[in-house]
Design a protein around this ligand. Structure first.
Ligand code: ZN
Length: 302
């Protein structure tokens, strides 16, 4: 089953829910980066959070989540953008993809210790104007609570966030999540009802492993709250890197450095940190770039 996200609002408009299955997204992230089991769980939750928050994007807006922390994983990044009006492209990487830890005392992946203490930075880039950047301290390092902390502290939106990745030695079995946000002006009773539902909800991974759909995940959090579906999105791993971007970066090195790469180093290669795609540039390719530099007028050449 392919990954999907749905959004819904309560009939009276007091809160909204976004819920989704991200099993394939997390599986592809794990395979591209050869993530250890514990980092699969940690980065899997972060890319799932990015996918869910991506449902609020419009047009060419982008959203990125960056964890900077002192645990063995040393930091992680995930970002999301719309690849069409009804599809979201998500990508992510970890600084130490192979770091691993034993299961914690409850027999779960020790994501909190893998992540450690630090900060979560959320950057929302708009089509025009300055990006919005919010930074909050990590609450637990479990990612779900940290994203909830960001939404509460930085965006002033009381939220329930549940993210889960189920994996075994054979790979990623299930992944997904739910974010419920209370709308401004919602009464205390709505917040209390939602908190009660969240604490009574079956674990996300158990629901997905049992075959729950995105809609069923949303309903499990808001059982007695009369949800109305609003939008839905397909989700896929997608990177924005390209050979052209690599070439532009190389052109920025200037003629002397390019000559050195071509004649002394016999070419170069660049590996995208998000998707691991390898761009190989032969000496002939580099000479071609030098030709492009030479053909520019001095005033335009940089
Ligand atoms: Zn890439």
């Amino acid at each position: 089953m392919s990954d999907r996200i749905v959004t819904a609002t309560a009939a009276d408009g007091s809160f909204s829910v976004v819920a989704g299955i991200t099993t394939e997204l997390v599986r592809e992230t794990q395979m591209r980066h050869e993530l250890s089991p514990t980092v699969s769980a940690a980065l899997g939750r972060l890319v799932t959070a990015a996918a869910l928050l991506g449902a609020s994007l419009k047009g060419r807006e982008r959203l990125s989540l960056q964890v900077a922390s002192d645990g063995p994983v040393r930091g992680m990044t995930a970002d999301v953008s719309l690849s069409s009006p009804s599809a979201l492209g998500v990508r992510g990487y970890a600084r130490a993809p192979q770091a691993d830890l034993p299961l914690n005392a409850r027999g779960k992946f020790d994501v909190a210790r893998m992540v450690g203490a630090g900060h979560l930075q959320v950057t929302r880039s708009f089509e025009v104007g300055q990006p919005y950047v919010g930074i909050v301290p990590l609450r637990t390092g479990e990612i779900g609570e940290d994203v909830a902390g960001y939404l509460a502290d930085s965006e002033q939106i009381p939220s329930v966030v549940a993210l889960g990745v189920l994996a075994d030695p054979g790979g990623i079995k299930a992944a997904g999540g739910v974010i419920a946000q209370v709308m401004p002006g919602a009464d205390e009773r709505t917040i209390a009802t939602l908190e009660h539902a969240a604490s009574a909800m079956q674990p996300i991974t158990a629901q997905i492993a049992a075959g729950a759909t995105a809609e069923e995940l949303a309903t499990s959090l808001a059982e007695n709250l009369d949800l109305r579906p609003t939008r839905e999105y397909d989700i896929a791993f997608a990177c924005r890197c390209s050979r052209e971007r690599v070439e532009v970066a190389l052109l920025g090195l200037g003629r002397d450095e390019l000559l050195k790469i071509s004649r002394e180093e016999h070419g170069t290669e660049a590996i995208c940190e998000f998707c691991k795609h390898r761009y190989v540039l032969t000496p002939d390719d580099i000479e071609g770039l030098i030709g492009r530099l030479s053909s520019q007028t001095p005033a335009a050449g940089r």
